[in-house]
Design a protein around this ligand. Structure first.
Ligand SMILES: Nc1ncnc2c1ncn2[C@@H]1O[C@H](COP(=O)(O)OP(=O)(O)OP(=O)(O)O)[C@@H](O)[C@H]1O
Ligand SMILES: [Mg+2]
Length: 409
């Protein structure tokens, strides 16, 4: 699914730079750059790491991700030579290619461990598209966020490579390798066996814990901005790991309620209030989480042009099947072959509806979502609650808004 275009240009009052010059425009001769030596200033709406213009305009005094990165992040990341990554990926051979997204191609590789001893480590190397400054900013955001963030449900960044030379600039990222691809592959690609109900719940619970950490577990609030199935990587035990922090952004600080920003994200997942106003809050991520919950229940993508009219937009289609209604089970993924708890499925649909409330403030916090998901996992373990025909329970159904595919401007 493609990334959204820029819906709103940055307002002219947005701040430009912090200190120093940009790192993208490198010297003429080939140089490998250390991220601590690259400017952390940001001046456009993809900006993830500067204290940004906020709704009420007060000067930010809190510690930004870039200052945290300077303090403790960059010491932990390896600065790779380009040649080392060429060697690690067999010169970025097509046979090593794991996939391609909006930001560039990803290759499997192997590197020497940091101390040079023991077995080589399997890694995924992402080469960013040559998209000038924009690509550099996303790369820098990813380095700085993942240099600071640490959680079992976030992918681990091992290092990076930045080369500016006569033949252009290269920006690469080196992650731990995730052998089980993405949630998107397992939900929608028929080449993989269907994901069991239990596994779906465990994956979404892990992803929720990753998001809760970003929203509430740090000195700085982080808004992820690109929550979707293809950004949920799966490790050898199918544990969820959020990846792609190129669009992540610091949340509002002080008395501010939101961050004002241009709209980026992915069609089908971005919250309508964010698309309309450019006001970004953690509740924008909660909306996207609600979309993914319905994808997990139904095995259908948020947007699918190939389906009959009326079924192309997942949220529109499922709105005909209320969680407590008799026909609710019609939405469930046929690949589950009925092997799920209907009671838990109804609860999860209600949870999804609350994430998809029109009023962002009414959407639950990620910690509340985790509580509901844990109960659903428990329901599954409880034989009384399991099986077809389980009851519903209370709870109002959220009012959905139309999330027609957003326009590009
Ligand atoms: N750490 C990793 N380990 C193993 N495979 C990975 C890793 N990171 C990415 N991949 C693979 O590379 C593919 C492309 O990832 P990428 O994040 O570039 O694009 P995407 O998520 O599909 O799209 P978008 O650019 O919109 O985020 C993924 O679908 C996944 O299969
Ligand atoms: Mg991705």
């Amino acid at each position: 699914m493609s990334c959204l275009g820029w819906f709103r240009k940055r307002s002219s009052k947005s701040k430009g730079s912090g200190s120093g010059s940009r790192g993208a425009s490198g010297p003429a001769a080939t140089t490998t750059t250390k991220v601590s030596a690259v400017s952390t200033s940001r001046s456009d709406d993809s900006g993830a790491v500067r204290p940004v213009s906020k709704s009420t305009g007060s000067t930010s005094s809190y510690r930004s991700i870039s200052s945290l990165y300077e303090e403790r992040g960059h010491g932990q990341l390896r600065a790779f030579e380009y040649g080392e990554l060429q060697g690690a990926t067999n010169n970025f051979s097509r046979t090593q290619k794991l996939g391609e997204g909006g930001f560039g191609s990803v290759y499997k590789g192997s590197i020497r461990p940091p101390d040079g001893k023991g077995h080589r480590l399997a890694v995924a190397v992402k080469c960013l598209n040559q998209r000038g400054l924009q690509g550099h900013k996303q790369w820098l955001a990813e380095v700085q966020f993942l240099g600071v963030l640490e959680h079992p449900n976030l992918v681990k960044l091992l290092g990076y490579c930045a080369v500016d030379g006569e033949r252009g600039s290269q920006r690469l990222l080196v992650y731990e390798y995730m052998p089980n691809k993405t949630l998107e592959d397992h939900l929608f690609n028929r080449a993989y066996p269907p994901l069991s109900w239990n596994r779906r719940l465990e994956i979404i619970l892990g992803a929720a814990e990753g998001l809760a950490y970003l929203h509430e577990g740090l000195e700085v609030q982080v808004i992820y901005r690109d929550f979707k199935t293809s950004n949920i990587l799966l490790d050898q035990d199918f544990r969820a790991k959020l990846s792609d922090f190129g669009l992540a952004r610091e949340g509002p600080s002080g008395e501010n309620t939101h961050v004002s920003t241009g709209v980026v994200g992915t069609h089908g997942y971005a919250a309508p209030d964010y698309i309309e106003t450019g006001h970004l809050t953690v509740k924008s991520d909660v909306w996207s989480f609600g979309v993914v919950l319905y994808e997990i229940l139904t095995g259908r993508r948020a947007l699918e042009r190939k389906r009959p009219a009326g079924e192309q937009k997942l949220l529109e289609w499922v709105s005909q099947f209320a969680p407590d209604s008799r026909n609710f089970r019609m939405i469930m993924d046929p690949r589950l072959r009925g092997e799920y708890s209907v009671k838990a499925a109804r609860e999860i649909a209600k949870l999804a509806d609350s994430c998809l409330l029109k009023n962002a403030k009414e959407r639950p916090a990620m910690t509340e979502i985790i509580d509901v998901l844990r109960r659903a996992v428990q329901t599954q373990a409880d034989p009384v609650g399991a099986g077809a025909g389980g009851g519903g329970g209370g709870g109002g159904r959220g009012k959905r808004v139309d999330v027609a595919a957003p326009r590009r401007e």
